[in-house]
Structures are given as C-alpha cells and as structure tokens.
Design a protein around this ligand. Structure first.
Ligand code: NAD
Ligand code: TYD
Length: 339
C-alpha cells in the first residue's frame, strides 16, 4: 500500500515514519511537509535512503500541489499529522493555525474525495475537550466528552475534527480521528516542556515553569502513539473517534524536578514565570474504547520512557543544538525575555 504522511518532518510524524517503515517495510511512504520552523529533515535521515520512502516539500494548503501528488502517487491512505502545534505560538499569532490546521485538513480531504478509495486519518489532540479540574481525579475525557476548547490551537484542531466527521457523514469519506494526550520522546522540538527543560538543564539555563507548575498533563511515549495510529488505520471503525492516552498524569513541576535529578543539576535552575493565558489545568484520557475495540495499551512506562528520552537528547546533541542556535533564539527571547 502507498501511504501519504503529512507533517512527517515533525516530532510525531517523523517517529511515525520510522515506526511504519520498520513494521511495514513493503509499504510505500510519501512524506508531505512544508518544513516550517518545526520541520527538520535531519529527523528523516534514518529513512532517507529507504527504497520505499519519498520526501515531498509541499504545503497541505497548496490544493494544486496536493492534487497533483495524489494523481502521481495514487495513495491508499493518508495520515494527517501536519499542523501548527504549539499553544504558546497560537496565543501570539492564531492566523496560521486556522490556515494549516483547518484549511489544510480540508484540502487533504478534498483530494481524498476527488480520488476516492483512500482512507483518511486525522491526528488530533485531547486538548479539544478543554480541561478538567485539579480536584476531581475521578474525571477523564471520553470520546463523548463535549468539545470545549481553550486556545486558538485547540480550537483549530477541533475545527478540523468537526470537518473530518462532516466529510464522513456528508460525502461518506472513510475517516477516523484519534485524540491523543501529550507525547514525549526523541525528535521533539525544544519549545515543548520536556525537551525544553532537558536542553536548558544541559546548557545550565533557567527552567521557566509557568504559574506554580501544578498543571497536569497525561504523558504518552511517542512510539505508543504511533502504534495506536497504525492500529486505527488498519482496524479502526470508519467514522469513529478514538482517545489515546496512558493514565500517566504528572504535574509539570514534578517532571521538571525529575529531569533536574536525572541530569544531576540543581533545583535552583527552576524559575517561576508568568502563567500562560487561558492555561488548561488538567488533561486526562480514558482510553477504554481503543483498548476494548483494538486491544491497544501503552507499553512504555513513564519511568523508562523519560530516561530513554533524556539519553536520546544527550546522545543527539547535534540535532537540537542546531535548532536552539538558530532562529529559535529570537523566539525564545520574545516568549521568555520579559516574562
Ligand atoms: P510538530 O510541530 O513537531 O510538527 C509539525 C510538522 O508539520 C512539521 O514538520 C511542520 O513542518 C509540518 N507542517 C506545518 N504546517 C504545514 C503545512 N501547512 N503543510 C505541510 N506541513 C506542515 O508537531 P507534533 O508535535 O509532531 O504534532 C503532530 C500532530 O499531532 C499535530 O496534528 C498535533 O496537533 C498532534 N498532537 C500532538 C501532540 C503532542 O504532544 N505533540 C499530542 C496530541 C496530538
Ligand atoms: P507544552 O509542552 O507546551 O504542551 P501543551 O501546552 O500542549 O500541554 O506544555 C506542557 C505543560 O508545560 C503546560 O502545562 C505548559 C507548561 N510549560 C511550562 O511550564 N514552561 C514552558 O516553558 C513550557 C513550554 C510549557
């Protein structure tokens, strides 16, 4: 089968391509990526010479370009990872989030509609459900939790989810959606919590914790997410949404302290900074549906996954040092300079 993976030069899409070519080396994988600030071709170096891999620098909003690619490749499936993905950037500048995350998704689905017989999977996020209170650990997001977004990022992802289900109902498009909790692992851009704290620790820079650091996220090792997506594309029911998460809730401050300990640094590096606007308190996924229907369960325990991730950043300094030395510096100054 031929599969188009959008956003494959990013964190999860890149890990997905590595996973897919390892598990299904007979499949042809075509990566479509615009190479924004978050896309890194070096993430795809391990598969660059794979005979069944092709990279295509293309914007998912480029209708003509996407239609021409479909004509040429005749894909059997599309997995749409491509997105603007950072909440803080969406607060600064929402426009590009609406463009890529909503319009881009519509363009991909229009291509699927036109060429027919193509499975379409939309990679979404638990952030579309909004947040849960910190004092109600008994509450979890299920697939029927109402959409109730907080940030321009989560709103744009919710818009794409709604469109995907509208294309299923209106045009009969063979669509599935997955909503996953926070991922961590190799190749994550160092603007997100875990790689940012690892990189700053290694550079002995302050560790900027928003508010009091009490916000809770439900962390999943990226390879477990990749396995879930592969299962949904192959065995999931058309027109269904699947929540993906690992019952692994952690407060931000506990993660930061864990990273400090693992790297033998001092807690004096912790700097509490002004909170994020509209900061979601707690995310927590109930993964019962994907477990009972598809047999998926997370395999990597957080204690192991975080050590593996820290080791990866230690052993692959070149990958992230290139990032933090470039344009990222301007971003960092703008976001954290006067906070
Ligand atoms: P990322 O920011 O690391 O990567 C996004 C990739 O998409 C980059 O390679 C970028 O170049 C590419 N891209 C952006 N705009 C594009 C466009 N217009 N056309 C083509 N390519 C474009 O993001 P990520 O963390 O890997 O997230 C991937 C997907 O998973 C996103 O849809 C995100 O909403 C979702 N998700 C992420 C998480 C998480 O914890 N990171 C959790 C749940 C869901
Ligand atoms: P992030 O990795 O941006 O993911 P998301 O906002 O999509 O969950 O942030 C994870 C949590 O860490 C979130 O509660 C915000 C917090 N955070 C900090 O405290 N400091 C930081 O510098 C960053 C980037 C995030």
């Amino acid at each position: 089968m031929t599969i188009i993976v959008t956003g494959g030069a990013g964190f999860i899409g890149g890990n997905y391509i590595h996973y897919h070519l390892k598990e299904h080396p007979e499949d042809r994988v075509v990566c479509v990526d615009k190479l924004t600030y978050a896309g890194n071709l070096s993430t795809l170096k391990p598969v660059a010479d794979h005979p069944n891999f092709r990279f295509c620098k293309l914007d998912i909003c480029d209708r003509d370009g996407i239609f021409a690619l479909f004509e040429e490749e005749k894909p059997d499936a599309v997995i749409n990872f491509a997105a603007e993905s950072h909440v803080d950037r969406s607060i600064e500048d929402p426009g590009i989030f609406l463009q890529t995350n909503i319009i881009g998704t519509a363009v991909m689905m229009d291509a699927v509609r036109k060429f027919g017989n193509v499975r379409f999977h939309q990679v979404s996020t638990d952030e579309v459900y909004g947040d849960l209170p910190l004092d109600r650990p008994d509450l979890f997001f299920t697939e029927s939790t109402p959409i109730h977004t907080s940030s321009p990022y989560s709103s744009s992802k919710a818009g794409a989810d709604l469109l995907a289900m509208a294309y299923y109902r209106t045009y009969g498009l063979p669509v599935t959606v997955s909503r996953c909790s926070n991922n961590y692992g190799p190749y994550q851009f160092p603007e997100k919590l875990i790689p940012l704290m690892i990189a700053n620790c290694l550079n002995n820079k302050p560790l900027p914790v928003y508010g009091e650091g009490k916000n809770v996220r439900d962390w999943l090792y990226v390879e477990d997410h990749c396995k879930a997506i592969d299962l949904i594309v192959r065995k999931g029911r058309i027109g269904e949404t699947y929540n993906v998460g690992g019952h692994n809730e952690m407060a931000n401050i506990d993660i930061v302290k864990l990273i400090i300990r693992a790297l033998g640094k001092s807690e004096d590096l912790i700097t509490y900074v002004t909170d994020r606007k509209g900061h979601d308190l707690r995310y927590a996924i109930d993964p019962a549906k994907i477990h009972s229907e598809l047999g998926w369960l997370p395999e990597t325990k957080f204690a192991d996954g975080i050590q593996r991730t820290i080791r990866w950043y230690l052993e692959n300094r070149g990958w992230w040092e290139e990032i933090v030395s470039g344009e990222y510096r301007n971003y960092y100054e703008k976001m954290y300079g006067n906070r």
